[in-house]
Design a protein around this ligand. Structure first.
Ligand code: 5RP
Length: 213
């Protein structure tokens, strides 16, 4: 089965976690786009969605799903999002679509994180996919040097500005044995806004196509 079909299956399968009257946290990407399409069929049963990006907000609004402010909703019961890599412990690399900061915020505000992927995203060890890091623009070179000290090869995603007005560095060449430790260490560096490792708060459920991992 093609990746696109598996993404569609995963997006549609995640609908079973949506409860009546819920406010649903919504991630970003091509897999989530299938989830949003399916969510539109239930829009009269939910209160609305909290979005993790301008891209998802546009799709939600186009389909008539109310987009709510996380500051007004309080904690969410459910967050649905894709990933770039997923290891056997449901730890993720995310941020291929540059939406990692809002994604991490909405994931942190949610009781259950359902991650939807196609089978190409499953890995034993995180790091083949370059780790996206959102940085404050003036700190780009500083953070680049810190990454080199830690054995990574930083590549600036030239021309990309995040929804928060920041830049993305993609880190190649890391084989990440302890992703939670690396995430914690990088979180301490001034200038880093968000690290695209979701290990300290991994997914709770991973759907690979329509099958739970
Ligand atoms: C965006 C993300 C996406 O979830 C990730 O890139 C997967 O995207 P896709 O579903 O298009 O493969 O983290 O920042």
């Amino acid at each position: 089965m093609s990746n696109a079909n598996e993404k569609r299956q995963a997006g549609e399968a995640a609908i079973r976690y949506v409860e009546d009257d819920a406010i649903v946290g919504v991630g970003t990407g091509s897999t989530v786009a299938f989830f949003i399409d399916a969510l539109a069929d239930l829009k009269h049963r939910i209160q609305g969605a909290v979005s993790s990006s301008e891209q998802s907000t546009a799709q939600l609004k186009k389909l008539g799903i109310p987009v709510l402010d996380l500051n007004a909703t309080g904690p969410l019961t459910l967050y649905v999002d894709g990933a770039d890599e997923c290891d056997p412990y449901k730890r993720l690399i995310k941020g291929g679509g540059a939406a990692l900061t809002r994604e991490k915020i909405v994931a942190a505000a949610s009781e259950k994180f359902v991650c939807i992927i196609d089978s190409s995203k499953r890995v034993e060890l995180l790091g083949k996919f370059p780790v996206p890091i959102e940085v404050i623009p003036m700190a780009r070179s500083l953070i680049g040097r810190e990454i080199v000290k830690r054995g990574g090869h930083p590549v600036w995603r030239d021309g990309v500005v995040t929804d928060n007005g920041n830049w993305i560095i993609d880190v190649h060449g890391w084989q990440i044995v302890d992703p939670a430790a690396l995430e914690g260490e990088l979180n301490q560096l001034p200038g880093i806004v968000t690290v695209g490792l979701f290990a300290r708060r991994p997914a709770d459920v991973v759907l690979v196509g329509d099958k739970e991992m």
